[in-house]
Design a protein around this ligand. Structure first.
Ligand SMILES: Nc1ncnc2c1ncn2[C@@H]1O[C@H](COP(=O)(O)OP(=O)(O)OP(=O)(O)O)[C@@H](O)[C@H]1O
Ligand SMILES: [Mg+2]
Length: 254
């Protein structure tokens, strides 16, 4: 049985100007420990779909099953990381942020600080455990957000363009770090991105969405060995293939 089943999921937003389709009939499955990237043009519904899987939004059609159980509302089986640096609690240190979910779970201070420190080590930030978010760079804040999401050991990590607001060099470093974190933890990850190179670097499989109102257009496995070389011919071929599906390639879309 797949870990996650997204079955014909639709969502329409009610707005003062009328109904706006957020996502339309998306269907795909996911295996445990898989790294899945969702790519598609702006406004196609990637964030909507991720927020439905997170349980922050309720679909108007279809359903999502995790471990065979229907998703209804947010639960601690799903950790979420957003693009926005402001997702951390500014009044808590890096350690305090990472320990937050463990506190919610009722884990005692000593144990949760030990676990939080391990998670900060995983994202190479143990030296900054006592720093507050405003003393950390954007990349460091995103690493704290990843550590925080992983700390309470969710079955699935959901990430919505977590590195999009970073400069290109920091983003490359973060992609390498995330690939290492995934290798170490074996987490099941759904990762939304605009960036096809990022998707080819990270994913086992890429789901390409159609333009708004978005649905699944193609599923493309990326079987390149890791660590991946973004300058290799095979890497560039995969990138070209994705761009073609997105209608941004130089040759006709498949
Ligand atoms: N809260 C909302 N209220 C009304 N419409 C919304 C809301 N959020 C998103 N939409 C609409 O739903 C559609 C999908 O939006 P969504 O944010 O999921 O797209 P996206 O693929 O994540 O885009 P981007 O790549 O720009 O982040 C868009 O047409 C958008 O205008
Ligand atoms: Mg979005």
């Amino acid at each position: 049985m797949p870990l996650i089943e997204v079955k014909d999921v639709s969502l329409a937003y009610d707005t003062p100007a009328g109904r706006v389709q957020g996502v339309l009939g998306a269907t795909f499955n996911m295996e445990e420990s898989e790294f899945l990237c969702l790519v598609g043009p702006s406004g196609c519904g990637k964030s909507t779909l991720l927020n439905i899987i997170a349980g922050f939004l309720t679909p108007t059609g279809g359903e999502i099953l995790i471990g065979g159980k229907k998703v209804s509302g947010h639960g601690m089986d799903r950790g979420v990381v957003f693009q926005d640096f402001a997702q951390l609690f500014p009044w808590r240190t890096a350690l305090g942020n990472v320990a937050f979910g463990l506190e919610m779970k009722g884990i005692g201070k000593e144990e949760r600080e030990e676990i939080a420190l391990q998670q900060l080590k995983l994202v190479k930030l143990e030296k900054f455990a006592n720093s507050y978010p405003h003393h950390l760079s954007g990349g460091m804040q995103q690493r704290v957000a990843i550590a925080r999401a992983l700390a309470y050991n969710p079955a699935v990590l959901l990430m919505d363009e977590p590195f999009a607001a970073l400069d290109a060099m920091t983003r490359d470093d973060m992609q390498r770090l995330l690939a290492d974190v995934w290798k170490t933890t074996g987490k099941t990850i759904i990762y939304v991105t605009h960036n096809v190179a990022e998707a080819v670097y990270l994913a086992d499989r890429v789901i390409v969405m159609t333009p708004h109102p978005g649905t699944v257009k193609a599923e493309i496995p990326i079987t390149l060995p890791r660590p991946r070389d973004p300058l290799s011919v095979e890497f560039l071929d995969h990138q070209k293939q994705l761009l073609n599906y997105l209608g941004q390639g130089t040759s006709k879309a498949a």
